[in-house]
Write a protein that binds this ligand. Structure first.
Ligand code: NCD
Length: 297
């Protein structure tokens, strides 16, 4: 693998081998220090032009666990604030010497643009409302670890699907692994059309009892989304809804959560929640991706 810009770039075999590698790295992570030297002496530069906590920190740690040096560039501390263009900033960082870029940006396609400008491998750390490939992968890894396989799981992605790059990647990963995906949300927050095989609905309560996974999304106000006054009543995950789910069903969320909006605290911290398990799978999943790219350097 040369870059990871979209989950549609991954063949099904490649997808399965990344999930298996993430599982192996997860087992190794109980050991201290560097667990694999595949990026020994290489430089990974994180370019984050939008806020991030778990994605940025887990890419940093994943890179270090593979022996790389890590540079992290955040917009707040950047010469862009002195008027430098994005392209000049990127070419400047590339000239310092970078082997792999990780790029998050509010504009769709910017990670691909960075690859075009520099010729350096790029991992998409989230571009606009388009994709967040390593989140889609780590969710598949989390589900595999919980259920043994993603095959046959009924997954409902609930909320602001239209603005969600996480949904963009989940829709390219989970159906290929045999899951049945549906989008559930208010009419105004669903996309105009769903990908092939994905069913859309606006009645969470009608389908709740059939789902194995309720995957909640944050309402992306920064992308212009508005939750109506009845959002919590119709789509909020609370304990009354959690008790109506299938016995083994789980609740997921990519974070950051808005407690009291899409999820109530008792559910976020409850027995069905895989939210911190998702975070725990972030480092080994990103190690698997970076190692696969590292193998081609
Ligand atoms: C998401 C993102 O930034 O795409 N978070 C994440 O990376 N885990 C989702 C969000 O911001 O709602």
């Amino acid at each position: 693998m040369k870059s990871l810009l979209s989950c549609s770039d991954l063949g099904t075999d490649e997808l399965q081998s990344l999930i298996a590698d993430a599982g192996s790295y997860r087992a190794l992570l109980s050991e201290a220090g560097t667990v694999d030297r595949v990026l020994d002496g290489r430089v990974v530069a994180n370019l984050f032009f939008e806020p991030s906590t778990r994605t940025r920190l887990s890419f940093e740690l994943a890179s270090k666990r593979l022996g790389a040096h890590v540079l992290t560039h955040l917009t707040e501390a950047s010469s862009e604030l002195k008027g430098e263009s994005l392209k000049d900033t990127v070419l400047t960082i590339a000239a310092i010497g970078v082997d792999i870029f990780v790029v998050r940006h509010g504009t769709e396609g910017m990670p691909a643009q960075v690859h075009e400008w520099t010729g350096t491998p790029v991992v998409n750390g989230g571009d606009g409302a388009s994709e967040h490939p390593t989140q889609g992968l780590l969710d598949a890894v989390t589900l595999t670890s919980r259920f043994g396989s993603v095959e046959g799981l009924r997954v409902g992605v609930v909320g602001d699907v239209g603005h969600s790059r996480v949904a963009g990647s989940l829709s390219k990963v989970l159906p290929r692994l045999g899951a049945e995906l549906s989008y559930i949300g208010p009419e105004g927050l669903l996309p105009d059309s769903a990908p092939d095989g994905v069913v859309m609905s606006s009645d969470l309560d009608a389908v709740l009892g059939e789902l194995d996974v309720v995957y909640l999304l944050r309402v992306q106000r920064e992308r212009g989304a508005l939750a109506g006054d009845d959002y919590q009543e119709r789509f909020g995950m609370n304990s009354a809804r959690a008790v109506r789910m299938r016995p083994e069903a789980v609740i997921m969320h990519p974070g950051p959560m808005n407690r009291g909006v899409e999820i109530e605290p008792e559910v976020a911290d409850g027995a069905r929640s895989l939210i911190l398990s998702q975070v725990r799978h972030g480092v080994p999943t990103r190690m698997a991706v970076l190692a696969a790219i590292g193998g081609t350097l």
